[in-house]
Design a protein around this ligand. Sequence first.
Ligand code: KG4
Ligand code: ZN
Length: 365
Amino acid sequence: MKTTLTILGLESSCDDTAAAIVRHDGVQNPVILSSVVFGQEEFHADFGGIVPEIAARAHVEKLDVCAQQALENAGVSLSEIDAIAVTSGPGLIGGVLAGVMFAKGLAAGSGLPLIGINHLAGHALTPRLTDSAVFPYLMLLVSGGHCQFLQVNSATDFTRLGGTIDDAPGEAFDKAARLMALPQPGGPSIEICAKAGDATAFKLPRPLLDRPGCDMSFSGLKTALLRTRDKLVAEHGGLREQDRANLSASFQAAVADVLAEKARRALTVYMQNSPEKPLFAVAGGVAANMTIRAALETVSTKFNARFVAPPLALCTDNAAMIAWAGVERFRAGQSDDMTLSARPRWPLDQTSPAMLGSGKKGAKA
Ligand code: KG4
Ligand code: ZN
């Protein structure tokens, strides 16, 4: 096996078509030579959510352009690439299929090895790409489609400590924003609106805190917000600016409280392993929220665990994380052949089966 690996990563499991090139010499920190992301927001804007068929078609049209761009930006040719890593699940099946078929074609044409990557492993291994995280570490994936606590034991061994039993928090933010007529994506809108609000103005529930364990639920919170909104509308004939700000702040505080308390429980379990360099990392769009981030950091500090939040571009969907997961798998002597299949569902922890529900962004696995 060569010491220095240069891997092309491809991602198309949701609404971003992405390609990236990562190089690692096996000793120093890995280098992201390029990372290209083509978002599809404009194609789905009129539909209030991602339309899988539109997403898949857009991926088919963009994957080759994206890969070409990644090679150009990195200044490397295909002949300098050692292997092609592609997201082969979980996600919206049309998009995953588009990526896998493109990668297979490229691998067949170039003779390069093919490596199928679990999208969630891509997110979960990012702290090793950005912050040299040492196994085992604790990870919270928190986005529009994912919400789970993972103990990352190795590049291929993950223990799921808990996850959402219904909506992902990003999904809840998006739905809550819609209920308050705030623009999409809802997370950033609510965070801005909440700045002028009082987080104690409305008593919203903290679902599942009365039950042991690290599982979470966010759909009841959204329903509670709906009821409060309807009451305010009935009383005042509409939603006043201050009500909207107070609702936003109260909602955000409830999500932060739930995540912080569940993080405390996940950290308690994780710390029982006496990790050499305790580390708690977050990934996913919701990790951009400063209130939530601060709440998680506070909990992490109480356990003397280093808190890591990778740069947002590497927290949200991207192909650098897929290329990096490819480096990890390839170094472990693993690759796939032309029988690699696209999987809509693919839990990282096979001993802890997938949770209920498949959100607007695909299976939550
Ligand atoms: O990771 P991401 O870009 O895509 C996937 O879901 O895979 O996450 C997008 C989600 C959206 O639901 C969005 O509302 C949420 O992350 N989000 C936020 C913030 N920024 C993005 N939620 C809360 N606060 C934010 N500042
Ligand atoms: Zn993702």
